[in-house]
Design a protein around this ligand. Structure first.
Ligand code: PLP
Length: 296
């Protein structure tokens, strides 16, 4: 059965949804996106996803395609029309269709596309086994705080990971890990959860926001600072978070076992806490104004 997707106010079978070849998303990757997890037919952490979308749009002087409340309805309609119980909703906004010219056109309306993807989220076997990661240099642009649809560097990284039999590639720059190609990176060192602070060097993860809040509420030790690959190799635990993967233990990096090579207690606990909170419907808002322009 073909999916029903949303394109510019219309719900269409996926093979009938068509976008112009002059769409700036196609020509320039001039667009932004969000991916929201769906569990039990419900959107998880939708508020902070919309906070981040608002910031991404604002940084690029791009208009909201529809009102924020209406965007929620679009997501919920897609879940219902496609009978989605578990997986995610992908949505992207591009600047729209215009003659090819680099500077932003003024007389253009944005293109909104959204679709569902069914996937195992809660009973993910990767959470039980843990995943492997490799490391690669971070060759991305410098505004990684914007959730841009320009993802070629991430595609190259994921391809390298796949070729190495790994799930994720952790990127490093100036001697420090930045993040995964599609996830936030963490280690546990001396019992403390360590992840990079928010700046234009990394994407402000919505799952990161939730995990940090849950860990802080439980009095778990947390530190926001850059860490090196050597620290990661020597760490007690490593893990990653994203809306698609939630929390996944990383049990091997560059062929080196992390800790005892099995999912550790901190990652397991955070995954359980996250699932519990997600199903409760509690979520924080994204403090997008706290993202510093540079540095950590
Ligand atoms: N970092 C990058 C580069 C990502 O692409 C993603 C998700 O796609 C994340 C981090 C995790 O963000 P979130 O938790 O909002 O999915």
């Amino acid at each position: 059965m073909s999916r029903i997707v949303h394109l510019n106010g219309r719900y269409l079978p996926e093979d009938e949804a068509k976008v112009s070849v002059f769409d700036r998303g196609y020509l320039f990757a001039d667009g932004v996106y969000e991916v929201t997890a769906v569990i039990d037919g419900k959107l998880i952490d939708f508020g902070p996803h919309m906070d981040r979308l608002s910031r991404s749009l604002g940084e690029l002087d791009m208009a909201w395609p529809v009102a924020r409340d209406h965007l929620r309805e679009v997501h919920e309609d897609l879940i219902e029309r496609n009978g989605l119980r578990e997986g995610r909703v992908y949505m992207q906004v591009t600047r729209g269709v215009s003659e090819r010219d680099f500077a932003y056109p003024t007389d253009v309306s944005s293109t909104l596309l959204a679709f569902t993807q069914a996937a195992r989220v809660t009973a993910d076997p990767k959470a039980e086994a843990g995943v492997k990661a490799i490391s690669i240099p971070d060759i991305r642009w410098k505004r990684r705080d914007i959730k841009s649809i320009a993802l070629l560097a991430q595609c190259m990284g994921k391809q390298k990971a796949a070729e190495a039999g790994a799930y994720e590639a952790w990127m490093y720059e100036d001697g420090y890990v930045t993040e995964g190609t599609s996830s936030t990176s963490y280690i546990v060192a001396d019992g403390c959860i360590v992840t990079r602070g928010l700046s234009n060097v990394v994407l402000p993860g919505v799952t990161r926001l939730a995990i940090m809040r849950l860990a802080a509420e439980r009095g778990m030790a947390l530190e926001e600072r850059p860490f090196t690959l050597e620290e990661a190799y020597a760490s007690e635990e490593a893990f990653l978070t994203s809306a698609s993967a939630l929390v996944l233990p990383v049990v091997e990096i560059d062929g080196r076992s992390i800790g005892d090579g099995r999912p550790g207690p901190v990652a397991r606990r955070l995954r359980a806490l996250y699932l519990e909170a997600a199903l409760d419907g509690s979520s924080a808002s994204m403090p997008v104004d706290k993202i510093r322009a540079r540095g950590d």
